[in-house]
Design a protein around this ligand. Structure first.
Ligand code: R5P
Length: 353
């Protein structure tokens, strides 16, 4: 089959508009927002606003500016003294490193402005660098996932809240409370509304098995895992190990933590269709869609539906305008985070959520 191009699934005019949108500073990069009340500080505009709305918190703006030389500058216009400060942050996209720097600066501002003792919380909806949580055998690599946490702890973040970490082991890299939230239930409850005839859950690799199992068990669906080989020396190119399993007539739901370049999902979907799957749906918590990730998946005839959350800001309105929402759906983690904050305030258990 010849390689698909944008023209196969978009009017060229829309494709350009789509690209511009994805690339635009404004929409890919979370704004710095600031909240008063118990939910006091945050980054990541739309999501933070929804959380504040659910918790009926007062909302105020913050000032972020970039110096001509590119350095970021913040001003928080409200008094943080003796207040709990919650930063909702989603370092992602091409400016991920800048987002991390902004998050560190904002935490420092909160600490130096006498936020409540033990009251600075970073809610990282997408834990950037989370997949670099160990050194590969024989390679001279940093453990980047640990470095991000250590930087936050160093500037005074007292508590971390994350959603669907690539691996929970990274929480051991700092001696701070670290509450882990999971979007699996939210995603499973959304997928059940699709009314799939013969649902079957698949993990693209052994690492995703626990997630797929949990997802399957919520809806009482069967599950299995496949085998993926990622060639790090060839820029992470993904090879799927051929499965002998027959998927004829099944509505397969592939469950993973993150869609990055889309290579994993595209590879699995193709193999599943070849093995007889009736439909193939992709479900992931974090829709990073790096590079041409979304284009690769949206225009892919092997893929019927894509579901992600808003842990990474998505251009939902644009997708609606382009009629793409027939294939791509976004479910919000705002209620999940709001519930966690509520429990933090009242000393409720987050583990039992
Ligand atoms: C890796 O093990 C993760 O769980 C994902 O499968 C992976 O990061 C997805 O990356 P990509 O979309 O680039 O294949």
């Amino acid at each position: 089959m010849p390689a698909l191009t944008e023209a196969d699934f978009f009017d060229p005019k829309d494709a350009q508009m789509f690209k511009d949108y994805l690339n635009s500073e404004l929409d890919r990069n979370p704004q710095i927002d600031y909240y008063q009340g118990t939910l006091n500080g945050g980054v990541s505009g739309a999501l933070t606003r929804s959380i504040a709305g659910l918790l009926q918190m007062e909302y105020a703006g913050s000032h972020k500016a970039a110096h001509t030389n590119g350095e970021a500058q913040f001003r928080v216009p409200v008094n943080m003294r003796e207040r709990d400060v919650m930063m909702v942050v989603s370092p992602s996209g091409r400016d991920v490193n800048r987002h991390i720097m902004e998050m560190i600066l904002l935490a420092d501002a909160a600490k130096r402005s006498s936020a409540r003792f033990n009251g600075v919380t970073a809610i990282l909806t997408n834990y950037a660098y989370g997949r670099q949580e160990r050194q590969s055998d024989g390679e001279r690599e940093p453990i980047s996932a640990a470095v991000v946490a250590q930087l936050l702890a160093e500037v005074g973040v007292d508590r971390l809240i994350t959603i669907d970490l690539h691996t929970d082991a990274v929480t051991g890299s700092i001696r701070r409370p670290w509450d882990k939230l999971y979007a699996t239930k939210l995603l499973a409850e959304t997928v059940i509304t699709w009314g799939l005839q013969n649902p079957f859950v698949v993990a693209p690799d052994a690492g995703a098995m626990k997630r797929a199992k949990k997802f399957g068990m919520i809806n009482n669906w069967s599950y299995d895992n496949l085998d993926k080989i990622r060639d790090q020396r060839a820029e992470g190119v993904v090879h799927m190990q051929e499965t002998p399993r027959d998927f004829t007539g099944l509505d397969v739901v592939i469950v993973d933590d993150i869609i990055s370049t889309g290579g994993t999902m595209a590879g699995v979907a193709k193999m599943l269709k070849r093995r007889g799957a009736q439909t193939v749906s992709l479900v992931a918590t974090h829709g990073e869609f790096a590079g041409c990730g979304l284009e690769l998946l949206y225009g892919n005839p092997a893929i019927d539906r894509i579901l992600v959350t808003d842990t990474i800001p998505q251009p939902v309105r644009l997708w609606e305008n382009l009629g793409m929402n027939n294939k791509i759906q976004v479910v919000s983690v705002a209620p999940l985070i709001a519930e966690a904050i509520q429990r933090l305030k009242t000393g409720g258990s987050i583990r039992e959520m």
